[in-house]
Design a protein around this ligand. Structure first.
Ligand SMILES: Cc1ncc(COP(=O)(O)O)c(C=O)c1O
Ligand SMILES: [Zn+2]
Length: 421
């Protein structure tokens, strides 16, 4: 089994299969694989998850430029199909910070990416790899955002895209994006996990290149969220944040952020004691990761029935759990479930600070509030909450959470009278 602790006991030597200092390692059996010779998503020996590995660990000095490709020294290529992505704001939210009661609260708003979610970071790298291995059709299962990002980046690269969505459970903005960017959209009579089963079968049969976060290169792009948070927070505060709170669906970001930290620990840039505590938040109706953390499991139990207003994280079988659970544990983090009402309240809280997010994103703030109230997070902590998608992704949820429009007559005096009512 590959060592997924913060400081692995034996340092890896570059295997023969490496291509320009990049290779894939199975996190279960440790087998190494050539990165771009064949299309593989999981270990050919044991079907375990794969992780990209590099001959050299990155240092902060290696990073130059802006956005995801600023971090090319920590990525498999120098550049990719870009719109461009990354370089998202790390908002100050002073009223919310005071209300929740932590030393510093910052909000990393991934909704400010080109298609409105963090998925763009994964796609810029994933689509570049697709070009390298020379595939014709790209595909993904999606709760919505992945399909929007894949459609846009696929279009940009001039490649065909196919997306499988759970029928009736995808927010309107996301379908509109996938549709306009030219993806072929298949609505499956099942949930996200069933869509992923099918698309994995299609990929296994060579019908399409899979760009879900099971694809290890997607997570390489998403890893840059971690680098950006650390660099920016350090620039502002002269130290790294104590904790990063994030919504969890397939647990890709949890795995990716942990990988960013491990790489910086490996290069000596980050002391183990400085690694932020990864804190995952799920909706109560879809919380297999929380269950696994609470019960000390090595993998999640698949939840067949999942439900939440936060459709982006309506996922019962998080494929990246074997990578993400060690991330939560080895950083001394935790996982918590929140109700849909708590998610909507947090969505309003963020909106009052001018930060517009979709429901899944607000789960991070709802989770922080809950853990703070329970005393599991201390008042002297520096916390970054990740908000993963833009408000306009789910206009229906936003309208429900917000104030209703008021009909008024077409007359200034009557408008004034209405305002004084
Ligand atoms: C808005 C949003 N937040 C969170 C997630 C979950 O992210 P992850 O799969 O990395 O846990 C997704 C995607 O599934 C998403 O679209
Ligand atoms: Zn293996």
């Amino acid at each position: 089994m590959a060592d997924l602790t913060l400081s692995p006991s034996d340092s890896e030597t570059v295997p023969d299969v490496a291509d320009d200092g990049v290779w894939l390692t199975c996190i279960e059996c440790g087998e190494t694989h050539a990165p771009f010779d064949d299309v593989i998503y999981t270990c050919e020996e044991c079907d375990g998850l794969l992780e990209a590995r590099y001959a050299d660990a990155p240092t902060f000095d290696d990073f130059e430029g802006r956005g995801v490709w600023r971090y090319s020294e920590a990525l498999p290529f120098e550049e990719g199909v870009t719109l461009p992505e990354g370089d998202t704001p790390l908002h100050y939210v002073p009223r919310l910070e005071e209300d929740i009661g932590v030393r510093n609260l910052r909000v990393k708003h991934e909704g400010m990416n080109p298609t409105g979610s963090f998925k763009d970071r994964g796609m810029t790298v994933g689509v570049r790899v697709a070009q390298e291995v020379g595939v014709g059709r790209l595909a993904c299962a999606s709760t919505g955002n992945t399909s929007a990002a894949l459609a846009a980046y696929g279009a940009r690269a001039g490649l065909q895209t196919l997306v499988l969505l759970p029928a009736g459970k995808v927010a309107a903005g996301k379908i509109a994006q996938a549709s306009l960017h030219g993806a072929r959209i298949l609505e499956v009579d099942g949930n996200f996990d069933s869509c992923l089963d099918i698309v994995q079968d299609l990929a296994g049969r060579g019908e399409a290149y899979l760009l879900n976060s099971l694809n290890p290169f997607r997570l390489e792009g998403q890893k840059t969220i971690g680098f950006e948070i650390l660099e920016r927070f350090y620039e502002d505060e002269g130290r790294f944040p104590d904790r990063i709170v994030l919504p969890v669906g397939n647990a890709g970001n949890t795995a990716a952020l942990y990988k960013a930290f491990r790489e910086l620990v490996a290069s000596g840039e980050l002391d183990e004691s400085e690694v932020p505590k990864l804190t995952g938040v799920q909706a109560e109706g879809a919380a297999p990761m929380v269950e696994a953390i609470e019960e000390g499991l090595d993998d999640t139990r698949r939840w067949e029935e999942v439900e939440t207003r936060a459709t982006a994280i309506r996922i019962g079988n998080p494929v990246n759990a074997p990578k993400a659970l060690p991330g939560i544990r080895h950083t001394d983090g935790t996982a918590v479930a929140v109700s849909d009402e708590q998610i909507t309240a947090a969505q309003r809280d963020l909106a009052e600070e001018g930060v517009g997010v979709e429901p899944a994103s607000a789960a991070s703030v709802a989770g922080l509030r809950k853990l703070r109230e329970q005393g599991e997070i201390e008042a002297d902590e520096d916390v970054v909450c990740l908000t993963t998608g833009h408000l306009l992704k789910d206009p229906d949820a936003a309208a429900e959470a917000g104030a209703d429009p008021e009909p008024v007559p077409n007359d200034t005096d009557e408008v004034l009278a209405h305002l004084q009512e």
